[in-house]
Design a binder for this molecule. Structure first.
Ligand code: FES
Ligand code: FES
Length: 139
């Protein structure tokens, strides 16, 4: 890994953006398996902008490596303001672009982020939706 890339990853994990579970998320997506250590979950909140549904913000949690944390941090910043189609058109390479080219052995870390994003942007099964606030729950 180049020193530059190492430094950018180090900077991103020293101050990761959008880390943590999001309350009131509109959708959530998970990829990987906690059993093998590589897991990434992404929460997304949408908003209306100029008559279009766009990503308001996204947050993540991961048991992946430092590269996965760094990619998720820059990716959640990149996708804010994008439509679902725009976000779905982004590859792991696009999502990690602010960090620079990743070495081959780290490409799957970016793909983990891409997979979690795709999962969060896919139509949500009822069970995966965040629970409604207590006041709206059927009694
Ligand atoms: Fe299991 Fe990477 S080793 S998802
Ligand atoms: Fe598997 Fe980075 S998330 S090595």
């Amino acid at each position: 890994m180049s020193d530059d890339l190492q430094q950018r990853i180090h900077d991103a994990i020293a101050n990761p953006k959008n880390l943590g579970e999001m309350e009131n998320a509109d959708s959530v997506g998970t990829v990987g398996s906690p059993d093998c250590g590589d897991m990434l979950r992404m929460w997304v909140k949408f908003k209306e902008q100029d008559g279009k549904k766009v990503i308001d913000r996204a947050t993540f949690q991961t048991f992946g490596c430092e590269t996965a944390i760094a990619v998720a941090s820059v990716a959640t910043e990149l996708i804010a303001g994008k439509t679902i189609d725009e976000a779905l058109s982004m590859s792991g390479e696009d999502l990690s672009a602010p960090l620079g080219a990743l070495p081959p052995m780290k490409i799957h870390c970016a793909q983990l982020v891409e997979g979690a994003l795709r999962s969060a942007l896919a139509p949500q099964p009822e069970a995966a939706k965040p629970a409604p606030p207590p006041a709206e729950r059927a009694t």
